[in-house]
Design a protein around this ligand. Structure first.
Ligand SMILES: CC(=O)Nc1ccn([C@H]2C[C@H](O)[C@@H](CO)O2)c(=O)n1
Length: 108
């Protein structure tokens, strides 16, 4: 029997990691393949490009959302203007309609 373990690492684009490490960015929106984080678990943040350790975050919730339902509140939590966030998500995930809002808190 295979027992799935909660992921212990998440990567962010390097240019976004100062926002994560400062606590300004409190959500990330990912596709299904990156949605398997478990509320209550602690995760190491690394840069996507160089795999450098940045900080730790605690996963608060993982909630499914449609692309059309991404709104100003999400943009504020992402610390990215909505008019930049939605094209960015479309660029990263050109073929997806369903996403997951991963809410987290910075570990001090
Ligand atoms: C591998 C991969 O896709 N990595 C990602 C995906 C998304 N992000 C950021 C960009 C935005 O802040 C949100 C929206 O998806 O998440 C990322 O840093 N790394």
């Amino acid at each position: 029997m295979t027992v799935n373990q909660a992921p212990t690492k998440i990567t962010f684009f390097e240019w976004l990691t100062p926002l994560v490490a400062s606590g300004k960015k409190t959500i990330t929106i990912r596709d299904e393949s990156e949605s398997h984080y478990v509320p209550g678990t602690r995760v190491d943040v690394h840069t996507l490009e160089k795999d450098e350790y940045v900080c730790q975050i605690d996963i608060v919730s993982v909630e499914k959302i449609g692309f059309d339902d991404i709104n100003e509140e999400h943009a504020a939590q992402e610390f990215i203007p909505l008019e930049e966030l939605k094209p960015l998500i479309r660029e990263i995930y050109p073929n997806d309609e369903d996403f997951y809002v991963i809410t987290y808190t910075l570990v001090a």
